[in-house]
Ligand binder design. Structure first.
Ligand code: ZN
Length: 156
């Protein structure tokens, strides 16, 4: 288990386009494990590889629905509905803001064994997928916040 350093807004790497993964190497498999460790340590529900300084299209998500999602080279196929709610990001510590997202998405991605799969997601999972996919293309949720970014109190 290894915790990686989370890059913070202002770090150029967060604004770069990530490359698709061609094959799952031992190094990338270790990255996926470390991303889960890092995400749990920081109490996050999602993490994208650029947030730990790696410009690859890899995302880890755990919204407490009993699954650990690994999204390699994800592609959003369909979006529908809307949801508006508070969003935060491990790369923007201590802040949150209201963002409107699709309430439902259908995606295609590869898992940690490079097996392709499709997934339909609603509500929080759909929000997390959209948020993390934007990281892979150099975007942060703060670009979409409606109104002000707010300060959130740190939880112990
Ligand atoms: Zn984020």
């Amino acid at each position: 288990m290894a915790i990686r350093q989370i890059r913070i807004m202002g770090d150029d790497i967060l604004n770069k386009e990530c490359k698709p993964v061609k094959e799952m190497t031992p190094r990338l498999a270790e990255l996926v494990e470390d991303m889960f460790d890092t995400m749990y340590e920081a109490n996050g529900v999602g993490l994208a590889a650029p947030q730990v300084g790696i410009l690859k299209q890899i995302i880890t998500i755990d919204v407490d629905d009993g699954n650990q999602y690994v999204l390699v080279n994800p592609e959003i196929l369909e979006e529908s509905g809307t949801q508006s709610g508070q969003e935060a990001c491990l790369s923007v510590p201590g802040k949150s803001g209201v963002v409107t997202r699709p309430n439902h998405v259908k995606i295609r991605a590869y898992d940690e064994y490079m097996e392709p799969y499709e997934l339909e997601a609603d509500e929080l999972l759909a929000r997390a997928i959209c948020h993390e996919c934007e990281h892979l293309h150099g975007h942060l949720y703060v670009e979409r916040v409606e109104g002000e970014l707010m300060d959130v109190e740190e939880e112990d």
